[in-house]
Design a protein around this ligand. Structure first.
Ligand code: NDP
Length: 276
């Protein structure tokens, strides 16, 4: 039996660290929407069974976080073009007896990169995992065409280029020439994440108008962003993407666009939830 109010959530393993409930709850209150948003801790081996049960429990959709993004691609029977391009799903919605899969990480990256001008300059993407795939898809839709890729495991960068950006130039990991004349640098690796090694880049030779976008949001001010700021470059942190990817999911679940709360911005709430 369907619940009288839309119920949605985030599915992950583990899931306690997810900031999605904090964001969604703030938007639910600001839009005065009578919905609920929960965190569901689901083990990989239980993912398929649990997802198939959720619609019968009145759940209208879920955000999907690690390690389930590829399993979510497989379980969806209708995929958006974005999800197909990226090869991963981070939003599932249950409608008309179907499981719809979308990838709103692409929208999150588009939101973060919207202010970046000079789209004719080279862009360096570091990484070749799911976030890098989403980045290449977003860059294409935003009109960046001069793409450079570098990844610790070179073959993964080559495979990624072949799949999403055949004209991309591949650079060896830590090849200093990769940043030369770049107008945008994107860290889509897990380097810089709390508990991981920081990412140090020699930013000499980067275009003076360049922006540096680090997808990592914990810590918010990474070594890379510190280094970029020190040489006067524009910096974009990972919270822009996090908030940007959550907005379309909220609308898909609850049928209204999220509005900024009047008391404290979602960004401020996330910063304090991160203990920063
Ligand atoms: P994946 O596990 O799919 O990819 C990880 C990438 O990091 C690979 O390219 C891997 O290289 C590289 N890497 C890992 N460790 C090292 C290292 N020690 N030295 C060099 N390269 C390394 O992760 P995702 O693509 O899902 O996520 C990547 C980053 O993006 C994470 O930091 C994640 O937190 C962030 N992210 C942020 C989001 C946001 O909303 N702000 C949303 C999604 C992700 P290799 O191929 O050689 O293993």
């Amino acid at each position: 039996m369907a619940l009288p109010m839309p119920l949605a959530g985030v599915v992950g393993w583990p899931v306690a660290h997810s900031l999605s409930p904090v964001m969604m709850d703030q938007w639910l209150a600001a839009t005065q929407c009578d919905g609920r948003y929960c965190a569901f801790a689901v083990k990989p081996e239980d993912f398929s069974r649990v997802i198939k049960t959720l619609p019968d429990m009145g759940v209208v959709g879920v955000n999907v976080t690690l390690p389930h993004k590829e399993a979510a691609l497989k379980i969806a029977d209708i995929l958006s073009d974005r999800a197909k391009a990226v090869g991963a799903v981070n939003v599932l919605t249950f409608k008309d007896g179907h499981i719809h899969g979308d990838n709103s990480d692409v929208i999150g990256i588009e939101t973060a990169l919207e202010p970046v001008t000079h789209r004719d300059l080279p862009v360096l993407v570091l990484g070749a995992g799911g976030a890098a795939r989403a980045a290449l898809t977003a860059l294409k839709s935003l009109g960046f065409s001069n793409i450079r890729l570098t990844n610790r495991t070179r073959e993964r960068a080559e495979d990624l280029a072949q799949m999403l950006s055949p004209s991309a130039q591949i650079y060896e990991w830590q090849d200093k020439r990769a940043v030369e004349a770049c107008g945008l640098i994107i860290n889509a690796t897990s380097m810089g994440l709390k508990g991981q090694n920081p990412l140090h880049l020699d930013l000499k030779g980067v275009d003076a108008r360049a922006s540096v976008f680090d997808m990592v949001y914990n810590p918010l001010k990474t070594q890379l962003l510190d280094d970029a700021e020190a040489v006067g470059l524009t910096t974009i942190d990972g919270l822009e993407m996090l908030i940007g990817q959550a907005r379309p999911a909220f609308e898909a679940f609850f049928g209204v666009k999220p509005v900024e709360p009047s008391d404290q911005s979602v960004r401020e709430t996330l910063v304090s939830a991160l203990g920063l």
